[in-house]
Design a protein around this ligand. Structure first.
Ligand SMILES: [Zn+2]
Length: 286
């Protein structure tokens, strides 16, 4: 029951409600996790995304109450290397199993930010694989569970990550299959969350910063009080990418930079979204 209560609190962590929209985006309602309607954890191949890599999604499906964020497994079957992004407690065993079936070795494990739905599976993956742990430089202590009070740990469902091998900050590059993966830092939802951009494949793993039709919540512990700085960073660092860049977000369905540029209400002209700055604050009270 306690666990369920914390999951209820957490299910509202990821997304900000769209400004001036009647219905907030994201998993706002939680249902009991037992019984025939219980959400099912699963792994699926994202067809036609990321070639020559194969990208698998494990975890949350849009509209379910699955408590993990989207977890991605990026496989290069030529070299046998794989990368995991945002391993939750339930998705971690799934991606381990999938990697074993494919015969790939997880060499990099990345958490886009320190929230428990993006980090809860880190300990398991680090125990079972030779992966190097990559974490946002500004959140290294938080991911280790340090410096947070009991209330913050409960609300953010902190599962301490046992070690960090690479602290990643804006402009850094990770090497995957010998190629560069650019680190783009977008603070606001958390102090210094990171996105990963695979330039050759035009793939952006966006964490919670940019989601289909919305952006991440603010006004929660260790987050900014308003969305202004985050939206500004999204404009200057993500909207500079080409329209056909595929965005793989931390929650909800896949989208593109072009679709979000055209229709995401948080990213329209400032005059239209000035009231949005209080919308995130409303969500904070849920
Ligand atoms: Zn988050």
């Amino acid at each position: 029951m306690i666990r369920f209560a914390t999951m209820l609190a957490f299910s509202a962590l990821g997304l900000a409600p769209a400004p001036a929209q009647p219905a907030p985006a994201g998993p706002a309602k939680a249902e009991p996790e037992t019984g025939k309607h219980a959400p099912r954890a699963q792994v699926k191949l994202l067809e036609n995304i990321g070639s020559p890599f194969q990208v698998y999604l494990a975890g949350e499906s849009s509209g379910t109450t699955f408590s993990d964020a989207n977890c991605y497994l990026v496989c290069d079957r030529t070299s046998g290397e794989a990368m995991v992004i945002d391993a939750g407690t339930r998705s971690a065993p799934l991606v381990l199993k999938q990697a074993a079936e494919l015969g790939v070795r997880i060499t990099l494990l990345v958490s886009t930010h320190f929230h428990g739905d993006h980090t809860g599976g880190n300990a398991l993956i680090l125990e079972k694989t030779p992966a190097k742990m990559v974490a946002p430089a500004k959140e290294a202590a938080l991911i280790a569970g340090d410096g947070l009070n009991a209330g913050e740990k409960k609300q953010l469902l902190i599962y301490p990550t046992p070690r960090i091998d690479i602290k990643a900050a804006q402009g850094d590059e990770l090497k995957f299959r010998g190629g560069p993966v650019k680190v783009i830092e977008i603070g606001g939802h958390s102090p210094g969350g990171i996105c990963l951009f695979f330039g050759a494949q035009k793939l952006l793993f966006a964490g919670d910063a940019l989601l289909k039709g919305t952006v991440a919540r603010v006004g929660i512990p260790r987050a900014a009080k308003t969305v202004d700085p985050m939206v500004s960073a999204i404009r200057s660092r993500l909207l500079v990418l080409s329209d056909d860049t595929v965005v793989l977000p931390g929650h909800g369905p896949t989208t593109t930079i072009g679709a979000e540029r055209a229709a995401n209400p948080w990213l329209q002209a400032p005059a239209k979204t000035s009231k949005s700055m209080v919308a995130g604050k409303t969500a904070e009270k849920k």
